[in-house]
Design a protein around this ligand. Structure first.
Ligand code: NAD
Length: 455
C-alpha cells in the first residue's frame, strides 16, 4: 500500500506517513460497517448512550495528545487546538443524550393506533476537510452513531492523524468492531467511491462549495441522503451606533481565527460610513499585535496556512495594487505564513469581497444605511454566518432576521455551540449540524399503523 506524507505546515517537514487508502479499502470499510449495522442498531438506547459517554471520556483522557497532533498537523495554535478537542469530547457527551430521546409520535387515526419511529439509515459516509479536522468529524460521527448508524469517515488527505486516532479510541472505549471505520485517502478516489457506493445510505460532507456540488450530483444515482456544509463569505455588520471599539476588538478573531481558514470567517466587514475611520483606528493595533508563529508556542494566536498551494491562492487576493490598510506580522523562513491583512475600502463586487479567500484577508466595505447594509450582506452566493453590531435592539433583530444566513450573532462573534443548529442558507449548504436538528439528518421517519378494530 502506498503512503500519505503528512506535512507540518509550520516547518514544511514531513511529520509522519500513514497508509493511503484506495477504492479497495473503502469497499472493505463499507462492508465492515454494513456487517456491524444490525447488531449496532439493536444495542439498547441506554447502552449506546453509555458507549458514547465512554468515547467522550477516552477523548478527554487523550486530550493533550490529540491537541498536539492537531496543532502540528493543521498548523493551529495549541490553545485553539485544546479548545477544539474539548469540543469533540463535549459533542460525544451531548449526543450520548440522544439515543434515549429519539422520540416518535402517536397520531389519532380511525380503526387502530398510528405511531412513528426514528430509524437509523444504515451505513453513512462522512467526508471532512482539513481546517477543523477532528471537531467537524465529531459533529457528524456523534449524531450518526447516536441514531444507530455505522460510519465510514474520510478525513482530508492533509490532516488524517486525529481521525485515525479516533478510530482506535472508539475500539478501546468498547464500540463494536466495524461501527466506526476511518479511510484516509484522496477525495477524488475514496470520497468519490463513498458517494457512489450502493451500500452507503447517506453522505454528510463538509468542504468547498465546488466539491459539494459534485457530491450532490454524484449522490443522485443511488438517491443518497446528502447534507452539505460548504463555503462562506459572511458579513460582520457594524453600525455607527454600536460600541465600535468592542466591534473592532472582536473583528480580528472573527476572521483571522484559524488563519482565516474558517467557513464562518466574517471576511466582509460592513461598516457604516461615518464610523469607518474610528473602526479602522481601533482595528489597527488589534491586527498588528496578533502573535503569528509556532503553533506549539503558548503565546501564538495565529499559525501558518495549511499548504503552499493555499498560501498562493490567498496571495492572489492581495496583488501589488491592493488597498492594504493594515498588515500584521508573519515570521520569515520555512512555514506557510501569511500576515493578517485588512483591505479598505473595498467594493462588495471586488473579487476579494466576492470569493471565499480562506486565509487571513478581510475586506472593509462602507455602507450608508440599514437597507444598504442588508442588501450588501445578502449580495453573495453564500449564507453561513455573520454578526450585527448595534446598540439599537430593534435594529439588531431586524437585521439579524433580514440577513440570509444560517447563523448570526448580535454584538458577538459566536457561530457554533454544540447544542444549537449550525448550517448554511443558499450555496453554503443543505441541512444542519449540531443541536437536536442534526439527528433529523441521520434518521428516517417510519410510520406504523396497528389495526385494533379488524384490518
Ligand atoms: P475540499 O472540498 O477540497 O475537501 C473536503 C473533503 O472532500 C476532503 O476530505 C477531500 O478529500 C474530499 N473530496 C475532495 N474531492 C472529492 C470528491 N470528488 N468526492 C468526494 N470527496 C472529495 O475542502 P477543503 O479544502 O478540505 O476545505 C476547505 C473548504 O471547506 C472551504 O470552502 C470551507 O469553507 C469549507 N468548510 C465548510 C465548513 C462548514 O461547516 N460549512 C466547515 C469547514 C470548512
Amino acid at each position: 500500500m502506498s503512503t500519505i506524507e503528512v506535512i507540518e505546515p509550520a516547518t514544511e517537514q514531513v511529520m509522519t506517513e500513514v497508509p493511503r487508502a484506495g477504492i479497495e479499502e473503502v469497499d472493505a470499510a463499507v462492508a465492515r460497517a454494513k456487517a456491524a449495522f444490525p447488531a449496532w442498531r439493536a444495542v439498547s438506547p441506554g447502552d449506546r448512550a453509555g458507549l458514547l459517554l465512554d468515547l467522550s471520556a477516552a477523548v478527554e483522557d487523550c486530550h493533550e495528545t490529540l491537541a498536539q497532533l492537531e496543532a502540528r498537523n493543521a498548523g493551529k495554535p495549541i490553545g485553539d487546538a485544546r479548545g477544539e478537542i474539548e469540543m469533540v469530547a463535549e459533542t460525544f457527551r451531548y449526543y450520548a443524550g440522544a439515543p434515549e430521546r429519539l422520540l416518535g409520535r402517536t397520531i389519532p387515526v380511525a380503526g387502530g393506533v398510528d405511531m412513528t419511529f426514528r430509524e437509523p439509515l444504515g451505513v453513512v459516509g462522512l467526508i471532512v476537510p482539513w481546517n477543523f479536522p477532528l471537531t467537524i468529524a465529531s459533529w457528524k460521527v456523534a449524531p450518526a452513531l447516536a441514531a444507530g448508524n455505522c460510519v465510514v469517515l474520510k478525513p482530508a488527505e492533509l490532516t488524517p492523524l486525529t481521525a485515525l486516532e479516533l478510530e482506535v479510541l472508539a475500539l478501546d472505549a468498547g464500540l463494536p468492531e466495524g461501527v466506526l471505520n476511518v479511510v484516509a485517502g484522496p477525495g477524488s478516489v475514496c470520497g468519490r467511491r463513498l458517494v457512489e457506493h450502493p451500500d452507503v445510505a447517506k453522505i454528510a460532507f463538509t468542504g468547498s462549495t465546488e466539491v459539494g456540488r459534485g457530491i450532490a450530483a454524484g449522490a443522485t444515482a443511488t438517491i443518497k441522503r446528502v447534507t452539505l456544509e460548504l463555503g462562506g463569505k459572511s458579513a460582520n455588520v457594524v453600525f455607527a451606533d454600536a460600541d465600535v471599539e468592542a466591534a473592532a476588538a472582536a473583528a480580528p478573531s472573527a476572521v483571522f481565527g484559524n488563519a482565516g481558514q474558517d467557513c464562518c470567517a466574517r471576511s466582509r466587514i460592513l461598516v457604516e460610513r461615518g464610523a469607518v475611520d474610528d473602526f479602522l483606528a481601533a482595528l489597527q493595533p488589534a491586527v498588528e499585535e496578533i502573535a503569528v508563529g509556532d503553533p506549539l508556542d503558548e503565546a501564538t494566536q495565529m499559525g501558518p496556512l495549511i499548504s503552499a498551494d493555499q498560501r498562493e491562492t490567498v496571495a492572489s487576493y492581495v496583488p501589488e495594487d491592493a488597498p492594504v490598510a493594515i498588515r500584521g506580522r508573519a515570521p520569515e523562513g520555512p512555514g506557510y505564513w501569511f500576515p493578517p491583512t485588512v483591505l479598505a475600502p473595498v467594493a462588495n463586487s471586488d473579487r476579494a469581497a466576492v470569493e471565499e479567500i480562506f486565509g487571513p484577508v478581510v475586506c472593509v466595505i462602507p455602507f450608508d444605511d440599514e437597507e444598504e447594509a442588508v442588501r450588501l450582506a445578502n449580495e453573495t452566493i453564500y449564507g453561513l454566518s455573520g454578526s450585527v453590531w448595534t446598540r439599537d435592539g430593534a435594529r439588531a433583530l431586524r437585521v439579524a432576521r433580514a440577513v440570509e444566513t444560517g447563523v448570526i450573532s448580535i454584538n458577538s462573534n459566536t457561530s457554533v455551540r454544540v447544542s444549537t443548529p449550525f448550517g448554511g442558507f443558499k450555496q453554503s449548504g443543505v441541512g444542519r449540524e449540531l443541536g437536536p436538528d442534526a439527528l433529523d439528518h441521520y434518521t428516517e421517519v417510519k410510520n406504523v399503523y396497528y389495526a385494533t378494530e379488524g384490518s
